[in-house]
Design a protein around this ligand. Structure first.
Ligand SMILES: [Mg+2]
Length: 218
């Protein structure tokens, strides 16, 4: 699927790529509406009806990924609630094997995420993946989400990489689109970001179901 000899930098997304998106899906679709319903004396159904359009309107914006924004808007302690649900945080199958292989190679490996620093810290604490990366970058540090093409320019200013020799693996197609516009050489998506949901059909980019498919020739 990939000629590893041509790649010297690997950019990896976190949620839905390395970690099971079931945590985030369950958190936003079930747990937050439940807590919001309790706070406002609503049924869970009514809470979902209020929250779904609100979440939809913020998709792709940096605020969507900002725990402080949601804590303020919803009047809930979002970071605290995430910690409450943290037993659901899980690494996707075969990710550790892949990261281990990466660590043995001279390639530069960066975790590049839209996750807020607080979510990132909680997930690194739960999964112990931190030592596998040369650097961990949150788009909040740059003030621009990965969905915007100038994110990649800002990233390149901080972490020198040659775009033609760079691979990005990300489950978010809007992020792959912006990376493509910027000129990242190799783009791969994830067809099963949430282990509890069926496989997605992805046509715009090559997609893997798990990281075993990328380990040939490594
Ligand atoms: Mg993702």
């Amino acid at each position: 699927m990939i000629n590893w000899k041509k790649i010297d930098t690997v950019l990896l997304d976190m949620d839905g790529t390395l970690l099971d998106l079931n945590f985030d899906n369950h958190f936003w679709k079930e747990f937050v509406p439940l807590k919001y319903a309790e706070l406002h004396g609503l049924s869970v159904h009514a809470a979902k009806q209020q929250l779904v359009p609100l979440f939809k309107s913020m998709e792709g914006k940096l605020e969507w990924y900002c725990l402080d924004y949601w804590s303020e808007t919803l009047r809930l302690d979002i970071a605290g609630l995430k910690a409450e649900l943290s037993e659901l945080i899980a690494v996707l199958p075969h990710v550790v094997e892949f990261l281990d292989k990466m660590r043995q190679s001279p390639k530069k490996v960066l975790l590049v995420t839209n996750a807020h620093r607080d979510s990132l810290a909680l997930k690194m604490e739960k999964t112990c993946l931190q030592p596998f990366f040369d650097a961990i970058i949150s788009s909040h540090d740059m003030g621009v989400p990965k969905e915007q093409a100038n994110f990649w320019e800002l990233l390149q200013q901080r972490q020198a990489f040659e775009k033609q020799a760079t691979l990005l693996v990300d489950d978010n197609l809007a992020v792959l689109d912006s990376a493509q516009r910027f000129g990242i050489g190799y783009l791969i998506s994830i067809s099963k970001p949430d282990t509890r949901l069926p496989k997605r059909d992805i046509t715009n980019y090559p997609a893997i179901e798990d990281f075993r498919e990328l380990m040939d020739g490594l």
